[in-house]
Write a protein that binds this ligand. Structure first.
Ligand SMILES: Cc1cc2nc3c(=O)[nH]c(=O)nc-3n(C[C@H](O)[C@H](O)[C@H](O)COP(=O)(O)O)c2cc1C
Length: 189
């Protein structure tokens, strides 16, 4: 058996009444059914992001959580053809902690399913020396995707897209963890 892959699931919205809660709960439930994964939800609200609270005290905790992960799934809505400011603030709060790690995306929104937000995030994560996955999961018309109990409606294809993305995330997480243990990335200059 290989090592467990530690995945940080990053919530992209801090909006009151956010649908991000439902999307995140579905992702976490799906990941819990997969072997050899440990999952940590990283919620910007917990770190004082987006709420106008002093966040200095939280910065160390955020850095520690990000540093402890092998890879990330970023859950993002689309706001005005981009991603939320709170998500940018969380991303910008760290640097080394992202480097060389894989990042997958679950997006949601109106007709586009958030893909424009994801394309912009790819540019941001390139600057942070991450590996963004080609595979992603998009949930268009997010308002009608969950039933009253929070279950994804007609989940079949979406579940299998998520599974495929997570398997590839694990591949990259194992590959990059192994590469870091052989040679520090900082020395590749
Ligand atoms: C400020 C704002 C801008 C939005 N812009 C878009 C958009 O450009 N494209 C889109 O598909 N949906 C857009 N939406 C719809 C959101 O994707 C949808 O409301 C989603 O539920 C927001 O995520 P949240 O509930 O987790 O905050 C926008 C929503 C908000 C609040």
């Amino acid at each position: 058996m290989g090592e467990r892959t530690r995945i940080g699931v990053i919530m992209g919205s801090v909006r009151e009444g956010r649908l991000c809660d439902r999307v995140t709960a579905w992702v976490v439930r799906s990941l819990q059914g997969m072997e050899q994964l440990s999952v940590q939800v990283i919620d910007p609200v917990q770190f004082g992001i987006g709420g106008g609270r002093p966040k200095g005290v939280f910065a160390k905790d955020l850095s520690k959580q990000l540093a402890g992960m092998d890879g990330f799934i970023v859950i993002t809505p689309e706001y005005n053809h981009s991603f939320p400011a709170a998500l940018k603030e969380l991303i910008d709060s760290a640097y080394d902690e992202w480097q060389t790690k894989p990042v997958g995306f679950v997006s949601y929104g109106g007709i586009s399913g958030g893909i424009r937000a994801v394309e912009q995030l790819r540019q941001v994560f390139a600057e942070l020396h991450t590996v963004t996955l080609r595979d992603s999961v998009a949930l268009p018309d997010i308002w009608s995707r969950f039933d009253d109990s929070g279950e994804l409606i007609d989940a079949g294809r979406t579940d299998s897209s998520l599974r495929k993305m997570v398997q590839r995330l694990r591949w990259w997480a194992a590959a990059t963890r192994s590469a870091r243990s052989v040679a520090p990335y900082d020395e590749a200059v």
